[in-house]
Write a protein that binds this ligand. Structure first.
Ligand code: T4K
Length: 374
């Protein structure tokens, strides 16, 4: 029996020898950080690849989110989703802001625009939605509400690298700012890393200062900035990674398709369609374990684990279940029925470019064997 563990993800690592010339360049010019040549090259390359105008690289998406909220001077209450990684709300907490949780749409699994208006109070200044699993939010509806109530919109686009909406343009073009994650577990990684996408140069320059302690020049500090700079090693790795990305995305798409085919007829297993975008990135492969399936979600999760398959329950527990948020009135489960239900049903199956088709079959076969066919 093949019992090699299979993890929910593995980082995408190009051949090591291809990285050596980048390191040699860093060793020779001795610029390690503070907006060096690789940093500048990666910003330009990402603007082109993603089809956006301005990008500021960051150490990670969490610091990117914290800085984005500072840059737009967001205050008071911010409307957000409970169905995300905890960093989304932590970025609010680190700015002294109050998250106001709104339920998600059962289909998109993103914040439900129809429920936003009822959560707006005189203290609301912004909306922080998440393109969960890289599936685009209803950006048009969110934009209409934001315009009407004069709210800022910052998208947590940690999962949405390279995703294009049905209209064929980058989802990162929406909102006042979008924040990407380049963490090891993401579609595009720089080991640790992230970025803010800005709509105009003035905003980018403001963000670039904020991520460098607020420095304008040697003698001038304009704001209480933070250290959010990406190092040259990370930026160089990003440039190399970008060269291999299209191939990696094709591998992800083929493996997703294989899961879909093998799981389509299993009663009680709902495949969350991650191909909702015109250009999806297949960042995750979430399924929902519904009541027709003979096992509870947690039983299936445990049986997968016992077989060496380390799937993950992203996003369970909900953010609103964690102690620092659960006392908020909007965290009450009566306010969030859809998020609570889906958090109890979801499992993200292993998906990454070097996952073997035979490993997809191993995962899918186990789910099929425990279930009944339609
Ligand atoms: N907003 C959203 C919506 C997010 O999902 C995230 C991060 C953020 C904001 C914040 O972005 P960053 O500040 O991180 O840039 C992981 C990631 O650590 C986290 O970045 C990610 N979301 C979240 C969804 O997943 P864990 O706790 O599940 O990670 P971990 O260490 O258990 O890794 C999962 C699996 O990946 C491991 O079982 C094996 C594999 N792995 C992981 C790492 C780190 C590797 O093979 N190699 C590695 O280096 O949070």
């Amino acid at each position: 029996m093949n019992d090699k563990p299979i993890y929910v993800t593995r980082p995408h690592l190009p051949p090591l020898e291809e990285f050596i010339p980048y390191l040699e360049q860093i060793w020779s010019n001795q610029i390690l950080t503070n907006g060096g040549p690789f940093h500048q090259q990666l910003e330009a390359a990402l603007c082109e690849y993603l089809g956006v105008k301005h990008i500021s690289l960051f150490t990670n998406a969490t610091i990117g989110l914290v800085t984005a909220l500072q840059a737009l001077r967001v205050s008071g209450e911010v409307i957000t989703t409970p169905y995300s990684f905890v960093a989304t709300s932590h970025a609010l907490a680190w700015n002294g802001l109050t998250p106001v949780f709104v339920d998600i749409d059962p289909e998109s699994m993103n914040i439900d625009p129809a429920r936003i208006e009822a959560a707006i109070t005189p203290r609301t200044t912004a909306i922080l939605p998440v393109h969960c699993y890289g599936r685009p939010c209803d950006v048009d509806a969110i934009e209409r509400i934001a315009e009407h109530f004069n709210l800022k919109v910052i998208y947590d686009a940690a999962h949405a690298f390279g995703v294009q909406s049905r209209e064929g343009h980058s989802v990162l073009q929406h909102g006042d700012l979008s924040v990407l994650s380049f963490h090891a577990t993401k579609v595009f990684n720089t080991f640790e890393g992230g970025a803010i996408v800005s709509p105009d140069l003035k905003t980018k320059q403001h963000i670039d200062r904020l991520k460098n302690f607020g420095y304008v020049d040697e003698l001038t500090v304009a704001a209480p900035g933070i250290n959010g700079k990406m190092s040259e090693v990370n930026a160089a790795f990003g440039l190399l990674q970008l060269r291999h990305l299209n191939e990696a995305l094709l591998q992800r798409a083929a493996l997703s398709q294989r899961y879909c085919e093998r799981l389509a007829d299993v009663s009680g297993i709902r495949i969350v369609d991650t191909a909702k975008a015109a250009k999806p990135n297949h960042a995750y492969f979430p399924i929902l374990v519904e009541k027709e399936y003979p096992l509870e979600r947690d039983e299936l999760y445990a049986q997968l684990k016992a077989a060496g398959i380390h799937a993950r329950r992203y996003f369970y527990p909900l953010i609103t279940d964690f102690p620092m948020y659960r006392g908020l009135p909007s965290a009450n489960s009566d306010n969030l029925p859809v998020a609570n239900r889906l958090a109890r049903q979801v499992i993200c199956l292993p998906l990454y470019p070097t996952l073997q088709p035979s490993e997809v079959d191993r995962v899918a076969d186990l789910i099929r064997q425990k279930g009944l066919l339609r």
